[in-house]
Structures are given as C-alpha cells and as structure tokens.
Design a protein around this ligand. Sequence first.
Ligand code: FES
Length: 166
Amino acid sequence: MTDLTSTTEKVEHHACGGCLDRRQLLTRAGGAGLAVAGVAVLAACGSSDSPGTGSGGTGGSAGTDGSDAQALAQVADIPVGGALAATDAGGNKILLVQATEGTVTAYSAVCTHQGCEVQPDDGELHCPCHNSVFGLDGSNVSGPADEPLPAVEVHVQDGAVYAGAA
Ligand code: FES
C-alpha cells in the first residue's frame, strides 16, 4: 500500500493521459476487485446498442478497409442537457456533452483533482472519488478539483460524433 502514494503522484503528473496510469494504479493496488469494477464502468459507458451502427466492444480493434474513423457515439444517444461517457480510439475517457440540442462538445473525463473518471450526472459531470462537480461546459462547480476539465475536440457528421476537427 505504500506504493499507492508514489503511483498517485504519477496520476496527478499525467492527468491528461490518466487512463493507462489509472490502470497501473489498479494493478499495483493488487485490487482485482477494483479492476473488475473498472471494467463494469467501461461496459456501462459503451452500453448503448444503438441500432444501425453495429459498433461496440471495448478493445477497439480498428476497422479494416475504408479507414473511416469510428464514431464515438450517435448524437441521439447523448441526452440534451446532459452528457454521455465515451472512449476514444486511444482509450481516453471523454464526456460528450449536448448542452443544447444539436451542439456537441467534449471534455476529458479524467478528474483534475486526482485523476478518477468523471461521470455524467443529471445535467452535471460528477467525480465519484471525492465528489467534485463540473458543469456541462467543463468548469469546476464544487469539490476539491480546482481546475476545469480540459476540452476535447470533436465534430458531428451525419448524426454521429467523431474525434478531432471536421
Ligand atoms: S479525483 Fe475527482 S474529486 Fe478527487
């Protein structure tokens, strides 16, 4: 357990690329139960079996031909006035926000406090670790996190959200 302190420092240091460091944290903690819980969260994030896309899974082996970028989500799956958790092709956790209908913005889901995964929560973004709350614009509203969630560039095409600029 003394390793946790030094590992936590790594997570803070690499706040933007927290996914792998978080996995390392779980592994080092020897918490098989924690790892299972993390997988459950991932499954919940990618649980939308949207008819028509046929995409899914977590590992994300990329497509074969066409080299089209894989959609992060369908706009219709993002609640208006809320957010949807997603994972990009690089395994980064992001939050897709549709504050107003048809306008999608995105933020890193890595909490700026200590790197936990921030989740959508009824019109806000909530970190379950120490209860930081962020607005749908990524700004920190309350809690120990004192910096906003970094914005992530996304664009909408044909009703789907893709990483990066259009
Ligand atoms: S890690 Fe998010 S509030 Fe502490």
